[in-house]
Design a protein around this ligand. Structure first.
Ligand code: SF4
Length: 236
């Protein structure tokens, strides 16, 4: 039985309901720091059932919904997308946020149309983790084959950054935040937490972030900061 918290309401900045749905799984699955792609099932009928139960909790009171699924929006079935669209229409949700890996960037236009035809605006959030190309691709194995933030911004509206890793500094993290704010509407900073991968959080880097950058950016309306990866109230 699935006992993971999958529905929550994010108060404060950019208030929205949030659902953690389940799909066929991330198609990239190579990021060195990630083990949450393990939340998947190839049984899309079972996923649809679970997703329907989660979506039933959405009441639309904020007019915005974020759907995450430990992968990309295209890992969710057509049936689940139809249900999301139905719920958004019925509950007057005009803004919908999805995640997307760079490898699916050419599928974004179609999903914007699928929802846009019914007056629902889709916002795409992409995990970039850092704009340091060599670090991102050689160490984190993120799979984004461009060093240009402008090119990423042709597809993504918002980005996620990952801080608290060995080799990062206060200066490099601040540069990443500044680049994100220059090219994207919003940025979500995630602090690395211990998981089952060999990439470990670096306490010195985290302390540098918490002491020097957190106070500076915590009230910035376009920056979300997750000191713990369950701070949005979903996941485990
Ligand atoms: S794209 Fe996302 S879900 Fe897939 S491996 Fe990377 S971080 Fe994990």
């Amino acid at each position: 039985m699935d006992t993971m918290p999958r529905y929550s309401v994010i108060e404060g900045k950019n208030p929205r309901e949030i659902c953690l749905l389940r799909g066929r799984g991330c198609q990239w699955r190579r990021c060195a720091f990630c083990d949450y792609h393990l939340d998947f099932s190839l049984d899309q009928e079972a996923n649809d059932q679970l997703n329907q139960q989660v979506l039933a909790q959405v009441d639309g009171h904020l007019g915005r919904l974020e759907v995450i699924n430990s992968g990309s929006f295209c890992d969710l079935s057509t049936k689940t997308h139809q249900e999301i669209r139905r719920i958004c229409q019925e509950r007057k949700i005009g803004q919908l946020h999805f995640e997307c890996h760079w490898m699916h960037r050419h599928e974004i236009e179609a999903i914007r149309h699928f929802y846009g035809d019914r007056g629902i605006e889709v916002t795409i959030k992409m995990g970039v983790e850092t704009f340091d190309y060599a670090y991102r691709e050689q160490i984190l194995r993120k799979g984004i084959d461009t060093a240009s933030p402008a090119e990423i911004a042709c597809y993504a509206d918002e980005v996620c950054l990952l801080f608290g890793l060995q080799g990062q500094t206060v200066e490099s993290m601040e540069r990443d935040i500044q680049t994100a704010l220059a090219y994207f509407r919003r940025v979500c900073v995630n602090i690395m937490v211990e998981n089952s991968t060999p990439i470990k959080p670096d306490p010195t880097v985290i302390r540098g972030f918490v002491e020097q950058l957190y106070p500076k950016y915590r009230d910035e309306q376009r920056v979300d900061i997750l000191l713990n990866n369950t701070d949005f109230g979903v996941g485990a």
